[in-house]
Design a protein around this ligand. Structure first.
Ligand SMILES: [Zn+2]
Length: 401
């Protein structure tokens, strides 16, 4: 049965049913966004694989030359890095965590820069919003434009802006708790992008969330989503961004791990050097500038919650339950969570091509905010205790543990 997207339904209720029908046809004939695919025909099952398998993606020609067979099932056993929880890791056919990671020491607290878009940026952002609206079934270009995203001078390999949006804390109760929320690190994980737009639209202005200082980055890998007719996991250089972060073990392990444990699968290619990719450099810079207390990274389709870095981890976020899988050389969880001690919460949505139900989207947001609230209070208490015991420490804090 066909399941029209919210956008589609919105158009029906708005009286433009023709657009909905047209959109549904487009899904079948133009390989657009698969949010509108029939529920039983996710990207994975369309490719003749089990629904839990990774979404199919074409591989850039360069990567194919380097290692043919890019569409084969991932053969990568998680946990070569550090198994954080000591839990048993699943076999190679089970979900594999996708976190994100960063690099050098975070400098002392600094005032956050006010981002202003130059006319150049504004034009490029508008063009990107148009492309996103044309590609994703759940996001209209106007939805994207309405968020008034900003971008700095850093661009993707193909020169696309790397969008972000700040939502400053409205609460005046001390230093706000900073949260960096990212989607679309992997270009073919459509739902991980759309859900950021949905949360922004529905909840970012609400009361409880006002105690947080958010930085939303809905599409870290715009080339992966938009460059070809089919979205791909990697960036335009054929690099898996979530294997390119400059984790401490990158130089010693990333390439050998890719060759020996990932079967040289192009979809897991870590790049030629740590942080060689502009998109990864951009995320690292976001971390340095913004100094998040927590990073939330959304991926798909493994239907679980992963966590790297200093405990405690949330037990669940909506229907996603904690299943820590460890980290990979060059992953965000490795770099930010383990090397830099910033908690990294990774939401692995159940499907790359189908958005979670409306109730789940709301539930995930509620649980995420509740956990962030708890985490923020815990850190605040720890700081107060430290000040009480050692007045010398009562100076401007970075807020980091
Ligand atoms: Zn992913």
């Amino acid at each position: 049965m066909m399941l029209p997207s919210w956008k589609c339904l919105g158009r029906v209720t708005g009286g433009a049913a023709w657009r909905c029908l047209t959109g549904l046809l487009v899904v079948f004939f133009a390989s657009c966004d698969t949010h509108q695919l029939p529920r039983d025909e996710s990207l994975a099952s369309l490719a003749g694989r089990p629904a839990a398998a990774e979404p199919v993606a074409s591989v850039p020609p360069a990567a194919e030359l380097a290692a043919p067979g890019g569409q084969t099932q991932l053969n990568e056993s998680p946990g070569l890095g550090i198994v954080v929880s000591g839990q048993q890791v699943p076999d190679v056919n089970s979900p594999i965590t996708e976190s994100i990671a960063p690099e050098p020491q975070i400098p002392a607290a600094q005032s956050l820069p006010v981002e202003t878009n130059s006319p150049d940026h504004t034009g490029a952002i508008s063009a990107l919003c148009e492309q996103i609206g044309a590609k994703l079934g759940s996001v209209e270009a106007e939805d994207c434009l309405a968020q008034a995203f900003v971008a700095d001078d850093r661009r993707s390999v193909k020169g696309r802006p790397l969008l972000f949006k700040e939502v400053a804390a409205t609460s005046e109760a001390g230093e706000p708790f900073r949260v960096l929320l990212m989607g679309g690190v992997h270009g073919d994980e459509y739902s991980s992008i759309s859900i950021i737009f949905k949360w922004l639209e529905l909840y970012s202005g609400q009361a409880l969330e006002g105690q947080f200082h958010w930085r939303f980055a809905p599409l870290v890998n715009p080339d992966g989503l938009l460059d070809g007719q089919r979205a791909v996991r990697q960036n335009a250089n054929g690099v898996d961004l979530n294997r390119n972060f400059p984790s401490a073990d990158w130089n010693s392990l990333a390439v050998s791990y890719w060759q020996n444990s990932a079967g040289s699968n192009p979809r897991r290619f870590p790049g030629s050097a740590a942080a060689s990719e502009p998109e990864v450099q951009w995320v690292v810079q976001q971390i340095v500038d913004f100094q998040p207390h927590v990073i939330v990274s959304v991926h798909a389709p493994y239907h679980l919650l992963d966590f790297d870095g200093p405990a405690p981890a949330p037990s669940n976020i909506g229907e996603l339950y904690l299943h820590q899988l460890g980290v990979f050389p060059g992953s965000l969880g490795n770099y930010a969570g383990l090397n830099r001690s910033i908690p990294v919460v990774t939401l692995e949505l159940p499907s790359a091509g189908i958005m979670p139900a409306r109730e789940q989207i709301a539930l995930m947001w509620r649980d995420l905010v509740a956990w962030l609230d708890q985490e923020g209070r815990r850190k605040l208490n720890a700081r107060h205790t430290a000040r009480h015991e050692d007045p010398a420490s009562a100076q401007p804090s970075t807020g980091l543990p």
